[in-house]
Design a protein around this ligand. Structure first.
Ligand SMILES: [Mn+2]
Length: 270
């Protein structure tokens, strides 16, 4: 051990990688990553839209990294199971064709939806204002996912992996941009004692308050890949090597009537 011998590893939370394997390696370099000093926790959406989903999954497994599940991770599992159709902007076909596909998807399927520490909760999108015990909500959903039976319509699963705005009762709006009166970013209604670390909301940018650290900084859109080191309360980020995803390739969000030129994260699949 070069430093801090015997000390517990620092928790390093990484925003949505989405197949940006080169930037993941750039970030590990910028962190001076070492397995004896750092424990990696990704905020989900490890795959899709970016250029190298297969290499990203292999790298994370090799690193012994951890993650919570995001909507794109579930989508990959759903396509692999024949429950969901590949969409035109999906970029993970190489994962499905890989010789180690079943091993990688088995690893992905075993990731949690929520991870708790005394001080921090990690989730892909957000936590519902009425949940006193997010693990009690997530555990049965995780069991179904591990069995290969993703409960697509379960409102809690949708909330955990997709929420951006909600009202005080945790209801989500039909439209997110702009959200109607009475709706606010989900963390405005969150009163839990843990700091929530999440991804999923690239357009919000790096958003750090006493309640939430939202660390998806839009690498696939040509933004940055960001890590937050909990024990140092410090962010480290690296720029995208290029723009991988063109917002113009994304049609306005449903339902019809969305304004033309909606931002890409206005789609239900961001
Ligand atoms: Mn997402």
């Amino acid at each position: 051990m070069s430093t801090g011998g015997g000390a517990r590893p620092q928790r390093v939370f990484i925003g949505d990688v989405q197949g940006c394997a080169d930037e993941l390696d750039d970030l590990l370099g910028a962190l001076d990553y070492h397995p004896s000093r750092h424990q990696l926790w990704c905020a989900g959406d490890l795959v899709n839209r970016g250029p190298a989903s297969l290499r990203t999954l292999r790298r994370l497994v090799e690193l012994g990294a951890q993650s919570v599940l995001g909507n794109h991770d579930l989508h990959l599992l759903g396509v692999a199971a024949g429950e969901r159709r590949l969409r035109k902007n999906d970029t993970f076909e190489e994962v499905l064709a890989a010789p180690d596909c079943s091993e990688l998807l088995g690893w992905l399927r075993a990731r949690p939806l929520v991870q708790l520490w005394d001080d921090i909760a990690l989730v892909h999108a957000g936590l519902h204002p009425h949940w006193d015990d997010p693990r009690a909500v997530a555990a049965p959903l995780e069991a179904e996912i591990r069995r290969g039976a993703i409960p697509w319509r379960d409102a809690s699963l949708v909330f955990l992996t997709r929420v951006r705005h909600c009202d005080a009762e945790g209801a989500r709006p039909q439209e997110e941009f702009p959200a109607p009166d009475g709706f606010a970013p989900w963390d405005a209604h969150y009163t839990g004692r843990r700091l929530v670390v999440c991804g999923h909301w690239a357009a919000r940018g790096l958003h750090r308050t006493a309640r939430v650290h939202s660390i998806d900084t839009g690498c696939i859109w040509g933004g940055r890949l960001t890590a937050w080191i909990a024990e140092e309360d410090r962010c480290v980020s690296v720029p995208a090597r290029r723009v991988y995803c063109d917002p113009k390739a994304f049609t306005p969000a449903k339902p019809s009537g969305s304004p033309a030129g909606s931002r890409p994260d206005a789609t239900p699949e961001s």
